[in-house]
Design a protein around this ligand. Structure first.
Ligand SMILES: [Zn+2]
Length: 283
């Protein structure tokens, strides 16, 4: 599997000279499984650059097909959706999966941000590509692009955020953005989802100090991410979804802190990667 990071920032885009190295776009990751299909994890503003790149290939000719997994519908996870150009190309096919009580509710959420009060161009129904939307049932395996996928809802705000476990030919990637475990730590079902993953992409919004200060916001600190990675026995931990107010030097320090914490807490064998916009990772 090949992962590419198109947006690694949390909450709101943070472009500018202080964030050029890690990048300012919000959550979006692409995953190419061995089937050569395409899975898109979240559609934050990073999805715009992914879309532009995809248009150079089959998606530009209306012959592209991809699946989009949405962890939840906070702005930083769906704001790139109306600006994802392959959706406007007739012939392209998209399958969207996300957590909601029903598929029509999920459709209504995506449609909502494209209402004429917020967006000038088009509605979800006449974007051009064929789009089907499916609400995911908690814990039940389903197939996406010939990969086995399972989802669990992590505590985050009022509605929670889904984490996804994607298995492809014996390799496992887990995407767990936006998780606020609180003092109790990760729920057993979440740890079971992360168990033994080759790569765990985990919310690492804050330093441990800021994590305690903003405990009510529903995010993880780097300490929480390390705790989850060690408890689940993963092989690689990717820090993700940095606070919008951290500059590159502060994210460097966050990653160094993560390495130290892993070494101190029984995770010496776990490789640590700080997600960088535009970078790739082979699993
Ligand atoms: Zn977020």
């Amino acid at each position: 599997m090949e992962l590419k990071f198109w947006g690694v920032r949390g909450s709101i885009p943070a472009p500018g000279p202080a964030t050029v190295r890690y990048g300012g776009n919000t959550a979006c990751v692409s995953l190419r499984p061995s089937s050569k299909g395409l899975i898109v994890l979240d559609c934050g503003t990073g999805a715009r650059n992914l879309g532009i790149t995809l248009m150079e290939g089959a998606f530009g000719k209306g012959a592209g097909e991809a699946s989009i997994l949405l962890s939840h519908a906070h702005w930083d996870h769906i704001q790139g959706f109306p600006f994802f150009v392959p959706l406007y190309q007739p012939g392209n096919k998209f399958h969207i999966f996300g957590g909601a009580k029903s598929s029509s509710m999920l459709e209504g959420i995506l449609e909502g941000q494209m209402a004429p009060q917020y967006f000038p161009v088009q509605t979800l129904k006449n974007m051009g590509a064929s789009i089907d939307i499916v609400a995911i049932a908690e814990g039940e395996p389903f197939e996406v692009e010939r990969c086995q996928v399972r989802a669990r809802t992590n505590p985050h705000g009022r509605a929670g955020a889904m984490a996804f476990r994607i298995e492809d030919a014996g390799r496992v990637v887990v995407y767990a953005s936006d998780a606020g475990y609180g003092a109790a730590g990760p729920p057993a079902a979440s740890l079971e989802l992360y168990r033994g993953a080759d790569v765990l992409i985990h919310d690492s919004t804050y330093t441990p100090e800021d994590g305690r200060r903003y405990a009510d916001r529903g995010y993880s600190s780097v300490e929480d991410a390390v705790g989850a990675a060690v408890a689940a026995g993963v092989k690689r931990l990717v820090l993700f979804h940095y606070d919008q107010d951290y500059n590159d030097t502060e994210v460097d320090a966050l990653c160094a802190r993560g390495r130290r914490l892993l070494d101190e807490r029984g995770g010496r064998d776990i490789e640590l990667v700080g997600a960088v916009e535009g970078s790739t990772l082979t699993v």
